[in-house]
Write a protein that binds this ligand. Sequence first.
Ligand SMILES: Cc1cc2ncn([C@H]3O[C@H](COP(=O)(O)O)[C@@H](O)[C@H]3O)c2cc1C
Ligand SMILES: O=C(O)c1cccnc1
Length: 356
Amino acid sequence: MTPSQLLEQTLASITSLDADAMRAATERQAILTKPAGSLGVLEETSVRLAGITGVCPPAVPQKVAVAVFAADHGVVASGVTPWPQSVTTSMVENFRAGGAAVNVLSRQIGADVAVIDMGMVDDVKEDAVVRVRKVRAGTADLAVGAAMTRDEALEALGTGIRIAEELADAGYELIATGDMGIGNTTASACLIAHFTGRPAAEITGRGTGIDDAMLTHKTAIVAQAVARIAEGAGPVDVLAEVGGLEHAGIAGLILGAAARRVPVVLDGVIVSSAALLAQAFSPDAVDHCLAGHRSVEPGHTAALGALGLRPLVDLDLRLGEGSGAVLAVPLIRSAAAVLAEMATFADAGIDAGTDA
Ligand SMILES: Cc1cc2ncn([C@H]3O[C@H](COP(=O)(O)O)[C@@H](O)[C@H]3O)c2cc1C
Ligand SMILES: O=C(O)c1cccnc1
């Protein structure tokens, strides 16, 4: 099957959320021993999980994967980040060794970290943690021209879909997503500016922590690259022009997981920019996602607004790697557990008054 056939087939199998399961979850929330609505966003989360999985009450997700997509960016040569490109590889080795923030946070919740080399410049070895699916050795500099070809964009999307299928086949009930790629907040800002229609100056942020001069330069690059996108360009064209290989992998993962009815937890500005890409292919796919957190990057708030998702935690994080997605998993588990395990007014013999 060609990548474009895989994409078409995946899009065709994504459905809207299961309305019957959502209705049953909403009705059950109303008869649990608490004032109606008092568990706030946990209640909404439980209803969404029912809609995604098509089951009420949805299972408490025990087996959780954290899929971290890694790639390099040609735009680093244009001076948009103070960090050398080699840090992408060094951090992937850190993920393999279990020493990064995402590893520590994943151990706290018993989640398995899977790293996917979508297109790092350096060659890394494959093992139980790192899967090598290199589409090309880093993108071209998006400040100068298209980041990749359409064929490469399609191949990388297909790779993300396959990763979702592999994780679903391995029995993962929830997939948290993350990224690693020095320079990737520039590509993310381009995607968010394009898909939200907001100006580059509003969307472009400081990434790893750049000074005012570098921010001005980065913003100009974003504005110029977005202006190059042709009128009426489809999502594959947009990805090829200004995206990254990890963005493609993450968007593919979102589409593949939605087709399999496995909920995906989004991370920060990079993952959310990839979710906008997935939304351009299939608005229904994003309904199968939960927003883990809100990062301090200005573009992230704009992206969440366009995705129509409310972040579960807001802790001034600006890391990526999937850190904010992993931190939200205990809340998602709690939302499902409440719906499944709380007593009803009838069970507990409590007078429900007029509230229920
Ligand atoms: C040591 C280190 C660990 C990281 N983990 C995630 N990122 C984050 O920072 C990068 C994006 O920021 P920019 O666009 O400014 O380069 C991405 O790799 C992202 O995941 C890191 C960055 C560094 C330096
Ligand atoms: O929002 C994020 O995920 C983020 C912000 C800055 C740098 N890396 C990631």
